[in-house]
Design a protein around this ligand. Structure first.
Ligand code: ADP
Ligand code: FBP
Ligand code: MG
Length: 327
């Protein structure tokens, strides 16, 4: 199929995630392999507006597959939310002769991509780059596996103290409104429970845990908590325990930004490489306004609207596995 795309821009936007560099590398090399020119756009939409754009060659992305963060830098950009900001962004694309964009970012970045693509009729393909795993239409997102492993390693260390002091630990992890990081890291680290937004919205998980006597056979416990207004966060839960259940010696650990850093796992490097190559393939097939997803190991083109829809359900099977394996 003949594609009109001769020149692409690539950017990373929103929270950084391990594997973004592997994605930039794959996008750049796949584009050049297919005879396209490639422009690296720095600082996400901010750099598109301020014209921080540089042509990339194959060696612009050498020696980055193993690096965390993003060589293109990333930003959150209020100005891109305005028509005037997006107009300047479009003018800069024209100035460089950029016909299409590959946007690597989370739900916010893909929402912005959809708005921009419709306004100026630009082909844009998105890659899900976020540790939160909060996008629909893909089994995992770039950075999620690395973050899970980082959390698991931290949990193994916290467990030593929890066990020695016979304490109850609340460990807060990222995820915004999505509990996948907390739930799967709870399973991987042998924690007792995960307090996650998808369930907290329906019931008081803390009261339920304690009333079920979740520490009957154990002298220490670790509970993962998603940072979110819905769960209230780990500090809040610990305060409640101190007041309502003073029999527990409770401590809090907030893992924070260490979850977003580090060298990507093999799984994230492979995911990012496959998705990067698929993004260029999608543009060659004249696809637009789609995010590259991988489901059951197959590449899929997921319309932005579906990818960002906030109806991702938490797997009941995973909840059951955590419940059964932590008795
Ligand atoms: N509705 C929107 N219209 C235009 N741009 C948007 C919109 N929503 C988000 N963006 C852009 O995407 C950027 C990143 O979004 P954010 O939610 O912070 O991160 P992430 O992409 O990681 O979810 C925002 O700073 C903004 O520039
Ligand atoms: O980068 P900041 O401002 O510290 O934001 C923290 C947020 O970013 C994340 O790490 C990643 O979220 P996004 O991928 O949506 O940017 C969230 O889990 C967390 O709530
Ligand atoms: Mg997001």
């Amino acid at each position: 199929m003949d594609s009109n795309v001769k020149s692409i821009g690539v950017l990373t936007s929103g929270g950084d995630a391990p594997g973004m560099n592997a994605a930039i590398r794959a996008v750049t090399r796949a584009a050049i392999f297919n005879g396209m020119r490639v422009f690296g756009i720095y600082r996400g939409y901010k750099g598109l507006i301020s014209n921080e754009i540089e042509e990339f060659k194959t060696n612009s992305v050498s020696n980055i597959i193993q690096k965390g963060g993003t060589i293109l830098k990333t930003a959150r950009c209020e100005e891109f939310m305005t028509e005037a900001g997006r107009k300047t962004a479009y003018e800069n694309m024209q100035r460089h002769g950029i016909d299409a964009l590959v946007v690597i970012g989370g739900d916010g970045s893909l929402t912005g991509a959809g708005v921009f693509a419709n306004e100026y009729n630009i082909p844009i393909v998105g890659l899900p780059g976020t540790i939160d795993n909060d996008l629909n239409g893909t089994d995992t997102t770039i950075g999620y596996d690395t973050a899970l492993n980082t959390i698991m390693e931290s949990m193994d260390k916290i467990r030593d103290t929890a066990t020695s002091h016979e304490r109850l630990f609340f460990v807060e992890v990222m995820g915004r409104n999505c509990g996948y990081l907390a739930l799967n890291s709870a399973i991987a680290s042998g924690a007792e429970a995960a307090i996650i937004p998808e369930i907290s919205i329906e019931k008081d998980q803390l009261a339920e845990l304690i009333n079920q006597g979740f520490r009957k056979s154990k002298s220490s416990s670790m509970v993962l908590v998603t940072e979110s207004e819905v769960t209230g966060g780990a500090m809040n839960l610990a305060e409640r325990v101190k007041k309502e259940y003073p029999q527990y010696d409770v401590r809090v650990s907030i893992l924070g930004h260490l979850q977003r850093g580090g060298s990507p796992t093999a799984q994230d490097r492979i995911l990012a490489s496959r998705m990067g190559v698929a993004a260029i393939q999608a543009l060659l097939e004249n696809q637009r306004n789609v995010m590259i997803g991988i489901r059951e190991n197959e590449i899929d083109y997921v319309p932005f609207k579906r990818a960002i829809k906030k109806d991702r359900e938490i797997s009941p099977e995973l909840l059951e596995v955590l419940k059964i394996s932590s008795i």
